[in-house]
Design a protein around this ligand. Structure first.
Ligand SMILES: Nc1ncnc2c1ncn2[C@@H]1O[C@H](COP(=O)(O)OP(=O)(O)OP(=O)(O)O)[C@@H](O)[C@H]1O
Length: 219
């Protein structure tokens, strides 16, 4: 269950990027989330922190539209969420690159989904994440950190306003993880986005976040 942490409702100003009210989510008899109320302001980096099995991913997936809450309502930019929010990007722990496609083709995938083709933009994004010269390499020819960078570039190609990240660096070695955390910070400082980031690592949450929501009372 989540220890709820809310900011006061505002009568004026832009709506929160994410607003969750009375969220309950059950899997059969197991109540994972109960009456969760959270507001997340635009452009803030928020971590969901807590031990394994506490419902962090469940909450993230409910907001991201991958799971439907049993009760409650979620607003995205002031509008009731319907399905998967538009302008949302995802990054998971698993490597989700197409193994047979080059780094460039992987980054161009989001363009293809919406019927666009802009190779120069994809090359720029790869350069932004430090992969100039690696455009034609396939994932197997890249290190773990480089593959994460390709995923960053692909995420940016979606031009997301909200980014959902579920332990994206969980499978990396400690040193590569530190480098990738710093690169994520740099990217978000240059181009701030609303980020919801799942981690069970307090140091990672403190380093990256404007705000940390702590999950307690695990089963
Ligand atoms: N699809 C599902 N069906 C049934 N139970 C589920 C499902 N997904 C998660 N659960 C259960 O819900 C609880 C919360 O799981 P969740 O993955 O949200 O926790 P978490 O805090 O993200 O853990 P971790 O850090 O290990 O990923 C766990 O008891 C888990 O077994």
């Amino acid at each position: 269950m989540l220890q709820t942490s809310t900011t006061a409702d505002k009568d004026t100003g832009p709506p929160s990027a994410i607003s969750a009210r009375g969220i309950q989510l059950k899997f059969g008899d197991l109540t994972v989330l109960n009456d969760v109320n959270v507001d997340i302001e635009r452009g803030t980096f928020v971590s969901l922190l807590g031990p394994s099995g506490c419902g962090k991913s469940t909450f993230l997936n409910a907001v991201a539209g991958l799971l439907e809450p049993t009760a409650g309502i979620i607003h995205i930019n002031g509008l009731p969420k319907e399905g998967i929010p538009r302008a949302a990007g995802y990054m998971f722990q698993e490597d989700t690159l197409l193994p047979w496609a080059s780094a460039l083709d992987n980054v161009m995938l989001p363009q293809q989904v919406v019927g666009r083709k802009d190779e120069a933009e994809a090359r720029n994004l790869l350069a932004t994440v430090g992969l100039k010269g690696f455009e034609e390499k396939r994932p197997i020819q890249l290190s773990g950190g480089m593959r994460k960078r390709v995923q960053f570039a692909r995420l940016l190609a979606q031009k997301p306003e909200i980014v959902f990240m579920d332990e994206p660096f969980g499978a990396l070695d400690a040193l590569t993880k530190l480098v990738m955390q710093q690169e994520l910070l740099d990217l978000m400082q240059r181009d701030p986005k609303t980020v919801l980031f799942v981690t069970h690592d307090p140091a990672e949450a403190i380093l990256l976040s404007d705000r940390i929501l702590v999950f307690v009372d695990c089963h």
